[in-house]
Ligand binder design. Sequence first.
Ligand code: BGC
Ligand code: NOJ
Length: 724
Amino acid sequence: MRYGYFDDVNREYVITQPDTPLPWINYLGMEQYFGLISNTAGGYSFYQDARLRRITRYRYNNVPQDMGGRYIYLRDNSNGVFWSPTWMPTRHAIEDYHCRHGLGYTVIGSTYQGIRGEVRYFVPSGQNLEVWDLTVENTSAKPRELSAFSCVEFCLWDAQDDSTNFQRNLNIGEVEVVDSVIFHKTEYRERRNHFAYFACSEPLAGFETQREAFLGPYRGWENPQSVETDRSSNSLRVGGSPVGVHHLRFSLAPGEKKRVIFLLGYHENPMDAKFSPPGSQTINKDTVTPIITKYLKPEVIDEAFKDLKKAWVDLLKVLQVDSPDEHVNRMVNIWNAYQCMVTFNLSRSASYFESGVGRGMGFRDSNQDLLGFVQMVPDRARQRILDLAATQLENGGAYHQYQPLTKRGNDAVGSSFNDDPTWLVLSVAAYLKETADWEILKEQVPYENKPGTETVLLEHLERCIQYTLNNLGPHGLPLIGRADWNDCLNLNTFSDQPGESFQTTTNQDGKVAESVVIAALFTMAARELAQIMAHLQRVDDYERIKKLADEMAATTLRQGWDGDWFLRAYDHFGSPVGSSSCAEGKIFIEPQGLCPMAGIGVEEGQAKTALAAVEQHLATEHGIRLLEPTYSRYYLNLGEISTYPPGYKENGSVFCHTNPWVMIAEVILGHGDRAMDYYLRINPSKREVISDLHHCEPYVYAQMITSLELCGDHPVDPRYPTGL
Ligand code: BGC
Ligand code: NOJ
């Protein structure tokens, strides 16, 4: 069953039923201010960093799911009936529900008892604020007396602390209200120089800034007491849980429309000009007031929205295809590019299953993502490369993640994911091919952000390659370290303590376990670096590095070939992983795609054999699985991969990211039809017809697809399909 349809002309996905199998979300913001918004207005906002500068609160794992967000309530004052035009949180039987997720904006609306309400949410380019552009229309034949309430719940900035440190947090909340603007200024009195504001274009009948005053004791967002009674208490208490609620009253003649603009924003003041008058505790509003005044004007909003639309047309027009297949066109021309840009902005730090507190930007992830968006924003790609390279370790290794706010490597996750450095070479090569900006190689970039350690970027790339060469194992293949692309293949972890992190625990010295995946990545990276040297006319370096690539390719064929496919790895005992000799996990997808991509076994024939094995053992109608047979129990020597029940995540789901490697490999071998066939199996638009089974958004590639037939021997009660 479908829950909506693609509007290709407007580049929107239009959801026509609010109770989608999961919240179907969109992202607002492209620069510093970001928001996640679901099809029923759930979600939250943050400035730059989803953990450290969270603007609104969101409860992951809530019941009902996705409760809390950017809500508007409408109330018919003749009978006290109230509802939300976005369906949540009141869940009335609204008519004409529609959610249009577009590029950088979302419009949600519906009609209830003759009142049409629609909200357009977006972040104007260059601004640290989001607009809620509300239109209310009386579609009935009689005059109507109405109230409207807006509502956000503020987060006390550090999202992690906000959800744990209640003894402090319940005592520090502070707000100011001036006319129709609610300012959230918790901790502004001390070390913060930033505050949030929630402004409204209309005069207010009242407001609330205390959650319990708005909701009433023991009530939820679905029936706030203030809305039920049409009374607000103008609460201004210190502490508690700060919210922003505007209360408006107005009447509408038949056919009449009213437009109200709300702005939710973030603002910083200079440290020495925080208060006005100086010496007081009142926010200095000199620099924020002009912004608020400007964006509360409808004509400014309309212009900003037009600019946003145009900015996206410009971004997308860099790469447009016209193929005979609508699913290809739709994904390549619109949604894949959009997903790549969102991924560029946020890496994987905030989504509906990454809570925004758990991780920063991945070194591997951000480099590999660059391959998908470099053509759209070459300048920003350049900056990202330099930021990433500046977190590199002097020995050529990398911190696995960094925090976007500080741009510093994140110690909590550490380093020694031994594939990481290879991705920097690949991203720089992609950047050069797209831009021919050879000057970037001469940029002075530090290591670990330490002043005084700067070398040119080209030297960083050399160190990436050298890092692998300094970390070779007994078969001459690269040592895996904590993990390679597959974060869950933890061959040195040997964890037997509940709760230990697989990503950071190391119980072996790491001198034995090797990765065929890193061998392929190294070969690819070294070939790229050799080409760069050739372009720079450094013939000796070209020869030297090309030889390194050739040697690694030869070693891979010698030590990494299992007979019918490429091996995945050698474990801590020197035993093969991903071999026909293994009881489980006999074949893995990653090396079958990456080795041919690196040119390994293409001439010699192994690539062809390996891809035939993929088709035979791993390909399903829902995509190509990560491994087979799945691990049925926990293996100390394999780590997290074997913690997942069969068919889930890295233990044999269709992990979408790996599928294109096989498609590219097929293309390299001249099997275009097979590549296309594989592509359509995971193409989200093509899968739209099975939305009930697929569960996820039809306009976005999911991290992984899992289904009953992928779950091996796992007992499944057919009454409870788990879907994908
Ligand atoms: C997930 C991986 C992820 C890793 C690091 C694991 O639990 O399965 O997909 O890369 O955590 O966040
Ligand atoms: C998600 C991580 O972000 C990515 O870096 C990793 O390669 C995959 N999981 C596979 O483990």
